[in-house]
Design a binder for this molecule. Structure first.
Ligand code: APR
Length: 346
C-alpha cells in the first residue's frame, strides 16, 4: 500500500528517508526536531550547520547518521496564524518539496510527521488532511512508499465531525461478535429471545423483532434479471470481474490501482492470475476505486469469498462511506486508522 498511516516514533521508522519538522535555522529544537537530532547524533547538527538554514515550505537533505534511515529531509512548516496567511499552500509545499527531494535521491520510501501540527499550532486534523491529499496527489504519478507517522492518534480522533458521524453509525449498526441477544431499547438481556443468526440492525425497530438473519426476499422480475446476470457470470473470478469493471468504468489499470492505493506489483499479480485470492481490504480498496454500489461491492467480495458483515467494525465503516458514495480512500483510511482498524490497500 503506497500510503500508510502508522502510529510510531519517527526516529524508529526504518525507511530511506525521514522528514524533520524543523525551524528555519535547521539547528535543532524541540518536538520531532529535537527527537531526530537526539537519535541521529552530533553529526547531523554539524552537517545542518553547513546548510545555511531553510525557507518555510522548502526542504534540504542530509545523511541519517545513527538513525535507521539513509537520509533526513528537513523542511520548515508554516506557523498557524488563523488560516488566512497562505498556511495551507506553504504546508503543501513542505510535502511536495520533501517528496521531490526524496525522488531526486532515489528514495523508495519516506516517513513524514504531521508537519506544523505541534509547536506551530496547525490544527491537527487539517494538517492531517493536507498531508494525505498532497501525498496522494504525488502518488498518482510516482511510485514510492510513504508513511504518515501519527505520534498521538487520539488528537486525530477527537476533532473530526466525520469521525463523530462514523462513531454514531457504528453505534447504530455494529453488532459486536460477543453480543448475544439483547433488546437495544432496554439494553437488557432478553432470555426469552432465541439466539439470533447474523443480525443486520437496520434501525431501532428491526432490532427488537429480529431473531435471525432476514430471509432473502423473493426476487422481483428485475431482481431475477440481476440474479440471472450473476448466475451467468457465476464462474467469473474476482480478477475477471475486476478487469471487467475497470473496462466498464472506462478506467485504465494504472488509474484504478493508484486510486485503490494498491502497489503496481500486487495489481500485476492479480491481473496475471485469474484465480488470485486477494485479502478483504484489497477487494474493498478496488470496490472503492471503482466507486461500486453496496450491491456491487458485495458481489465483488463474494467472488473472493468474503462478505460485509455488521459484526465487523471495519465493514460497518466501509458501508458508512459506500452508502454515502464517499469513495475517497484516504478519508476512509483516516477513519479506519482512527478506529484502530486495518487500512484499505495491499
Ligand atoms: N515521532 C513522530 N512524530 C512526532 C514525534 C516523534 N518522535 N515527536 C513529535 N511528533 C509530532 C507532534 O506530535 C506533532 O504532531 O510531530 C508533529 C509536529 O510537531 P513539532 O515537532 O512541534 O513540529 P512543528 O509543529 O512543525 O513545529 C516546528 O518546533 O520542535 C520545534 O524546531 C522545531 O521550531 C520548530 C517547531
Amino acid at each position: 500500500m503506497p500510503l500508510q498511516i502508522i502510529r510510531n516514533d519517527i526516529t524508529k521508522v526504518e525507511c530511506d528517508a525521514i522528514v524533520n519538522a524543523a525551524n528555519s535555522t535547521l539547528l535543532g529544537g524541540g518536538g520531532v526536531d529535537g527527537a531526530i537530532h537526539k537519535a541521529a547524533g552530533r553529526g547531523l547538527l554539524l552537517e545542518c550547520m553547513k546548510l545555511g538554514g531553510c525557507k518555510v515550505g522548502q526542504a534540504k537533505i542530509t545523511k541519517g547518521y545513527n538513525l535507521p534511515c539513509k537520509y533526513v529531509i528537513h523542511t520548515v512548516g508554516p506557523k498557524w496564524k488563523g488560516g488566512n496567511n497562505n498556511e495551507r499552500e506553504l504546508l503543501e509545499s513542505c510535502y511536495k518539496s520533501s517528496l521531490d527531494l526524496a525522488r531526486e535521491n532515489n528514495c523508495e520510501s519516506i516517513a513524514f510527521p504531521l508537519i506544523s501540527s505541534g509547536v506551530y499550532g496547525y490544527p491537527m486534523d487539517e494538517a492531517f488532511k493536507v498531508a494525505v491529499e498532497t501525498v496522494a496527489e504525488f502518488l498518482m504519478h510516482n511510485d514510492m512508499l510513504v508513511y504518515i507517522v501519527v505520534y498521538n492518534k487520539n488528537a486525530l480522533a477527537t476533532s473530526s465531525k466525520l469521525l463523530t458521524d462514523i462513531a454514531q453509525y457504528i453505534d447504530d449498526n455494529y453488532v459486536a461478535e460477543h453480543s448475544q441477544y439483547y433488546n437495544r431499547r432496554t439494553n437488557n438481556i432478553d432470555e426469552s429471545m432465541p439466539l439470533p443468526q447474523t443480525r443486520f440492525l437496520a434501525d431501532e425497530e428491526d432490532c427488537c423483532s429480529c431473531t435471525e438473519a432476514p430471509m432473502m426476499s423473493q426476487p422481483s422480475f428485475e431482481d431475477a434479471a440481476d440474479l440471472s446476470d450473476i448466475v451467468i457470470t457465476l464462474d467469473e473470478s474476482f480478477s475477471q470481474m475486476l478487469l471487467r469493471k475497470i473496462d466498464e468504468k472506462g478506467m485504465t489499470d494504472i488509474e484504478c490501482y493508484k486510486k485503490a492505493n494498491i502497489d503496481r506489483k500486487l495489481f500485476s499479480k492479480i491481473r496475471s492470475n485469474p484465480d488470485y485470492k486477494p485479502s478483504k481490504p484489497t477487494v474493498i480498496a478496488f470496490c472503492v476505486a471503482l466507486e461500486l454500489s453496496l450491491a456491487e461491492t458485495n458481489e465483488m467480495l463474494m467472488k473472493a469469498g468474503f462478505a460485509l458483515s455488521h459484526s465487523n467494525k471495519f465493514d460497518v465503516i466501509i458501508e458508512y462511506f459506500i452508502k454515502r458514495e464517499n469513495y475517497n480512500i484516504f478519508e476512509i483510511n483516516e477513519a479506519l486508522f482512527a478506529f484502530d482498524q486495518s487500512l484499505l490497500g495491499a
